[in-house]
Design a protein around this ligand. Structure first.
Ligand code: BTN
Length: 323
């Protein structure tokens, strides 16, 4: 019912909507309308109430609830169904569950906070409420499972593009899918796949972007290596507008990947990553290797030239840049 009240108030943003008319339209008592308005105020909606004229919506909070997000979405199919949670363990786990139950491609899960936000390699993703973006998108690409890592590269490019469009700053990508601003991590991706040997059932694209988090909120361990858009821009950013831009970029890059094949995605990733020739230390499956990053190959693996001149393909792991 909250969403219906908001819809009516949004129809005529500058004028009052009488309590009587709202109660008639929603077929509830005027007391119920008043109680709901009071509840909406606790969520951050600034609603003016006048005994003679009714209610008027002055300002909406930057919540990611469907009634705030849907009106601004410009996508064709992505995000048309939104599963929204004020708090959840992990949007990825929820999306995985929904996909197993048959959720369609393009359905998304968003949460204002995560209690067990999952990072890569079993790490925890810090997910405090109402500040950042925690998003999982269900995709069902008809591609062989070996190409799944290209979906990760595609999503990293889309996330970097969305950050650039929303902030005017220039993000770079660190292999495989960290998005950095001034060498500090602003976004991370955790993609989970459910497949057979030769067929993907679904991919969960999990994206976390630090948007309005202040530097002091980062734990001491990550303070030096993490950042947020607010910190880099010096001003807060609208989370729902950012989500709209990100979904548009993801929809566009996914179409490019399916229609034009991996080459365009790999090229865009290379342009963003500037990995060629960098001195790196890679940790992969418990081993640490140092060398020079040569390129990424057509499956998205990192090619490393080790100090003894050997070329090695790294399919998973962590990269640290050395000076
Ligand atoms: C990384 O370690 O860099 C990946 C972080 C991915 C975090 C996002 S937040 C939304 C989605 N749900 C999760 O539990 N994790 C991903």
């Amino acid at each position: 019912m909250d969403e219906e009240i908001l819809k009516l108030l949004r129809e005529n943003p500058s004028s009052f909507f009488s309590g009587e008319r709202i109660s008639q339209r929603l077929k509830v008592s005027r007391t119920t309308v008043w109680k709901r308005v009071k509840r909406l105020r606790t969520l951050g909606y600034d609603i003016e109430a006048s005994t003679r004229s009714g209610y008027r919506l002055i300002q909406s909070p930057d919540l990611l609830i469907p009634s705030e997000v849907t009106p601004i979405l410009k996508t064709k199919w992505m995000g048309k169904t939104i599963h929204y949670f004020p708090a959840i363990d992990s949007t990825n786990s929820k999306a995985y569950e929904l996909a197993l139950e048959g959720a369609r491609e393009g359905e998304i899960v968003i949460a204002e906070s995560q209690k067990k936000g999952k990072g890569r390699l079993g790490r925890h993703w810090f997910s405090p409420p109402f500040l950042n973006l925690y998003l999982s998108v269900i995709l069902r690409p008809k591609i062989p499972p070996q190409q799944a890592s290209l979906i990760t590269l595609m999503a990293a490019v889309a996330t970097a593009d969305a950050i650039q469009k929303s902030s005017g700053l220039l993000p770079l990508i660190k292999w495989p899918n960290d998005v950095l601003l001034r060498d500090r991590k602003v976004a991370g991706l955790l993609n989970e796949i459910h497949s057979e040997m030769d067929r993907i059932h679904f991919v969960i694209l999990g994206i976390g972007v630090n948007l309005n988090m202040d530097g002091k909120l980062f734990s001491r361990e990550i303070r030096e290596v993490a950042t947020s858009l607010k910190k880099e821009m010096g001003q807060p950013i609208s989370r729902k507008a950012f989500l709209g831009t990100l979904l548009q970029e993801l929809e566009m890059w996914f179409a490019i990947f399916l229609e034009e094949g991996p080459d365009t995605v790999i090229k865009a990733w290379r342009d963003r990553a500037q990995v060629k020739g960098r001195k790196v230390t890679v940790t992969s499956f418990g081993k640490t290797l140092s060398g020079i990053a040569v390129d990424i190959d057509s499956d998205g693996a990192l090619i490393l030239q080790t100090e003894d001149g050997k070329r090695i393909r790294i399919v998973a792991g962590d990269v640290e840049y050395r000076r």
